[in-house]
Design a protein around this ligand. Structure first.
Ligand code: NPG
Length: 368
């Protein structure tokens, strides 16, 4: 296949409600979409970077810049035999994994569409629907949190994740346990908001039977997570710290985590995501699919990934309506707590042209 050009499209999507995490509050999502045009057809990828470098070092303008100046031009003179070559060709550029992931996904989508094969089949999915969890932001009050959780439970979500930070941890967890009982699958996510000196406070969460605590310490503090795991019984799950199959293998070997959150954008794409799945499966470590408030484009591919056999915990693969009033694809709608795995060619969905036009703020065509 030959790449003839890539469209960079910026869209702006308001969120149905503000989403507060330990690193800030999102009220709308500024998103970069990629449309790869090849001699065998076109494909889509969604870049999951936030506008600001607050979740990781990547940010949207930086992703657009590295794509237009380095990543896309590097593919210009390559005779691609397939999307599996994208990451190796781009490997001389350090970092920028979310940008690499978006480009690889768009090329992979084009390739698989041309072959009439789905992401699910290509990645090795073994299920045709996946159980879904939901991520609940930090709220102004416990009653507001309980009301939000009640709404998600009523919608059928099979697992609740509470965002936590120092000062919003034990009390909200206790309140949710008291109201919804011990059978509710419940986990927490700190987005790196604590330090090892908070170990005693974090150990207070042990009595609540949480599935896991996600990324309590900073991204680079692998040994801190290993030490913390000796001091708390809640299983530690890593998110931000896991950027590759290599870092996953190291974290597992060092005892820094018992569970891994896999986000394809964070690790440089779906092919590396599958490698992490394989590393974790070999080590007996459960994985689940994280989310970055994706539109239907990114969500479709995530749901395919979440259908692999090692994804034994419900993911942050929520319905489109959790974040957006109107998605840019046909919406993903929860059915009995699950989302169906797309089985059409490629990612199995395409943007609805009118809807896409409505939310587009700019387009840029990079041709060879
Ligand atoms: O369901 O898409 C989703 C979002 C799940 O909480 C979620 N994502 O740290 O995992 C996270 C968090 C996040 C949100 C990260 C926005 C980065 C940006």
């Amino acid at each position: 296949m030959k790449l003839t050009g890539v469209e960079l499209r910026r869209i702006e999507m308001p969120l149905v409600a503000p989403f507060r995490t330990s690193f800030g509050t999102q009220t709308s999502r500024d998103i970069l979409l990629l449309r790869a045009v090849t001699d065998v057809g076109e494909g889509w990828g969604e870049c999951v970077t936030l506008s600001e470098p607050v979740y990781s070092s990547e940010y949207l303008e930086g992703s657009a810049d590295v794509l237009r100046r380095f990543l896309i031009p590097a593919l210009q003179h390559t005779e691609l035999t397939g999307a599996h070559q994208v990451a190796p060709v781009l490997s001389r550029f350090i970092g920028h994994r979310m940008a690499v992931a978006a480009l690889e996904t768009a090329v992979l989508d084009a390739e698989l569409r041309a072959q009439g094969r789905s992401f699910a089949r290509e990645l090795g999915a073994v299920r045709d629907r996946v159980p879904c969890g939901v991520s609940v932001g930090i709220m102004d009050s416990i009653p507001a949190l309980l009301e939000a959780v009640q709404g998600y439970v009523d919608e059928g979500y099979v697992r609740i994740k509470l965002k936590i930070e120092p000062g919003w941890d034990v009390a909200p967890v206790r309140a949710v346990r008291e109201r919804f009982g011990d059978d509710l699958l419940l986990q927490v996510d700190a987005n790196a908001a604590y330090t090892l000196s908070d170990a005693r406070e974090l150990a207070r969460l042990d009595e609540f039977g949480l599935l896991l605590i996600e990324q309590p310490l900073p991204e680079e503090d692998i040994l801190g997570h290993a030490d913390l795991q000796h001091r708390i019984s809640t299983p530690i799950c890593l998110d931000e710290s896991i950027v590759s199959a290599q870092s996953a293998a190291a974290a597992i070997r060092l005892g820094a985590c018992q569970i891994v959150n896999i986000k394809p954008g964070r690790v440089g794409g779906y092919l590396e995501a599958r490698r992490i799945h394989d590393v974790c499966a070999a080590a007996g470590v459960p994985v689940w699919c994280g989310g970055m408030l994706e539109t239907g484009i990114g969500r479709a591919a995530n749901v395919a990934l979440a259908a692999l056999p090692g994804f034994t915990l419900p993911g942050d693969t929520s319905s489109s309506g959790r974040y957006y009033e109107a998605d840019i694809t046909e919406p993903f709608v929860l059915q009995d707590g699950h989302l169906p795995v797309p089985d059409g060619p490629g990612i199995g969905v395409t943007p609805l042209p009118d809807r896409l036009a409505e939310v587009t703020t700019s387009t840029e065509w990079i041709s060879f």
